[in-house]
Design a protein around this ligand. Structure first.
Ligand SMILES: NC(=O)c1ccc[n+]([C@@H]2O[C@H](COP(=O)([O-])OP(=O)(O)OC[C@H]3O[C@@H](n4cnc5c(N)ncnc54)[C@H](OP(=O)(O)O)[C@@H]3O)[C@@H](O)[C@H]2O)c1
Length: 228
């Protein structure tokens, strides 16, 4: 069955691979990330994809984009909260902007986009929210501790959200996925054994599995790692 799916962070890496796979599967994809040109180029190349440029750090832009999307598409079936940033931070030298960039993208933007889309899902009594966390959301590391803090926050938020919709007896599923090392722009110029990492296409397959899973059950969470 064809679904209407929002994918954030769709301009590169895991999100882009998911757009390409889901579009081939015949779904309608609403792509959200900052780079308008990249999104428009993707929309041209892939069937049934629409571009919604938006900076998740900007609460007003998030509310506006959600309003446009929900007005145009009265049935959002899936929201994949995939956009995220991470980079090394020294805790004794951390700058406020670095903190805000990570937390506002990975947590605040995600929370307020979800709030708006959830209103429609509750009205329809149907929907599926998939949050992209990280193994760094359950086991911290000394390299990127604020990134870890953002993903720990996302793990707690996801658990709470799942419980709230269950308590309200809403037909809404909440899943979480933790990609292991994936060869994407996330790594920037940092030294990393990227040739041993998973590919974004392999992660897109995990998202497909969760999205396609029969509605009677929910994929609670999945952690992935490379076997290379
Ligand atoms: N790669 C890994 O090894 C790995 C491991 C564990 C978890 N993850 C998680 O996987 C997710 C996807 O990352 P990726 O590896 O595919 O990285 P990526 O290639 O760098 O993609 C990140 C995406 O997020 C978008 N984005 C960044 N800041 C944004 C903002 N303020 N507003 C809207 N969109 C924004 C980017 O597009 P624009 O720049 O155009 O906005 C881009 O499309 C992230 O949540 C990341 O934490 C990745």
């Amino acid at each position: 069955m064809s679904k209407t799916i929002i994918i954030t962070g769709s301009s590169s890496g895991i999100g882009k691979a998911a757009v390409e796979l889901m579009s081939k599967d015949g779904h309608r994809i609403l792509m959200l990330s900052r780079n308008k040109k990249t999104l428009e180029a993707l929309a041209k190349k892939n069937q049934n994809c629409a571009a919604f440029p938006c900076d998740l750090r900007d609460a007003k832009a998030v509310a506006q984009t959600a309003k446009i999307i929900t007005k145009k598409f009265p049935q959002i079936d899936v929201l994949v909260n995939n956009a995220g940033v991470g980079f090394p931070t020294r805790l004794d030298e951390i700058k406020e902007k670095e903190y805000d960039d990570i937390m506002d993208t990975n947590v605040k933007g995600l929370v307020f986009l979800t709030r708006e889309i959830l209103k429609q899902m509750k009205k329809n009594d149907s929907g599926h929210i998939i949050n992209v966390s990280s193994p760094a959301g359950v086991q911290a590391n000394p390299v990127a501790p604020i990134y870890c803090a953002s993903k720990f926050a996302l793990e707690g938020y996801t658990q709470g959200l799942r419980m709230q919709v269950k308590e309200e007896k809403k037909n809404i599923r909440v899943s979480l996925v933790r990609p292991g090392g994936v060869d994407t722009n996330y790594w920037g110029k940092r030294e990393a054994p990227r040739e041993k990492f998973m590919t974004p296409q392999e992660m897109a397959l995990v998202l497909k599995f969760i999205i396609d899973y029969p509605e009677q059950s929910n994929v609670f969470d999945i952690t992935m790692e490379s076997a290379r």
